[in-house]
Design a protein around this ligand. Structure first.
Ligand code: IMP
Length: 212
């Protein structure tokens, strides 16, 4: 659990993830909001939600709705992944499981490099896509989608971030996402952009404090 901002009207948001990389990035982006942030790690009894949607939006909404029902609190789900042009948008919704159900980030990166073997840099364009779904127990929902474009390198570079970050080169900064600090990545990433939009939406209309 992370407590963000001033302790006035207590708002609570549960993040529908156990991915430490996502938890760190989301918490950092939302830290100036007046909210308490929980994650699935604070609710060990939750069941794993099957991510069987045909797109990021369906999966994000499914995860957020389940968690809002289960906890009675506002739930925020991120469904995100990498879409590589030369692979027809793959790995897409399968990004976390590209190399199999128990695949590590290293396994997935290795498989991606294998699939792109022989492709020159000019044909290695890719986008990260992030859909954020915020579900309130009352049934109100906000969905936001953002992307970030880059190029898949021939080998990994950098030690920060998570997932495909060491392979994802971002031309405007001349670095991979794994060579950026967390603040730098949040400024330009699919998730950072989506979270800034979400914050605007929350400032305008809520969420309402959870019942104590
Ligand atoms: P999800 O938990 O089903 O949304 O899976 C997201 C997967 O997409 C992660 O496990 C990563 O492999 C990949 N991914 C999403 N966002 C990022 C990012 O910001 N950097 C690197 N990989 C990411």
């Amino acid at each position: 659990m992370v407590i963000c901002g001033r302790q006035g009207v207590m708002r609570e948001v549960v993040l529908a993830t156990r991915n430490q990389g996502k938890i760190r990035e989301i918490t950092e982006c939302l830290r100036d909001l007046d909210i308490v942030i929980y994650s699935l790690n604070d609710f060990p009894a939750t069941s794993a939600v099957k991510e069987d949607g045909k797109n990021f939006r369906e999966n994000a909404l499914k995860k957020a709705r389940y968690l809002a029902d289960f906890t009675g609190k506002v739930a925020l789900a991120d469904d995100s992944g990498l879409e590589v042009e030369a692979l027809g948008g793959k790995p897409g919704v399968l990004s976390a499981r590209f190399a199999g159900d128990k695949a590590s980030d290293q396994d997935n990166n290795k498989k991606l490099l294998e699939h792109l073997k022989g492709f020159p840099l000019g044909r290695r364009g890719a986008s990260f896509r992030c859909v954020l779904a915020l579900a309130e127990p009352s049934g109100q929902e906000i969905v936001i989608e953002e992307t970030c474009q880059g190029v898949i390198l021939l080998q990994e570079r950098g030690g920060e971030g998570f997932g495909y970050d060491p392979l994802f080169f971002f031309p405007p900064l001349n670095k991979t996402f794994a060579e950026l600090t967390r603040e730098e990545k949040n400024q330009v990433s699919h998730r950072g952009k989506a979270l800034r939009k979400l914050k605007e939406a929350l400032r305008v209309r809520g969420p309402k404090p959870s019942p104590q």
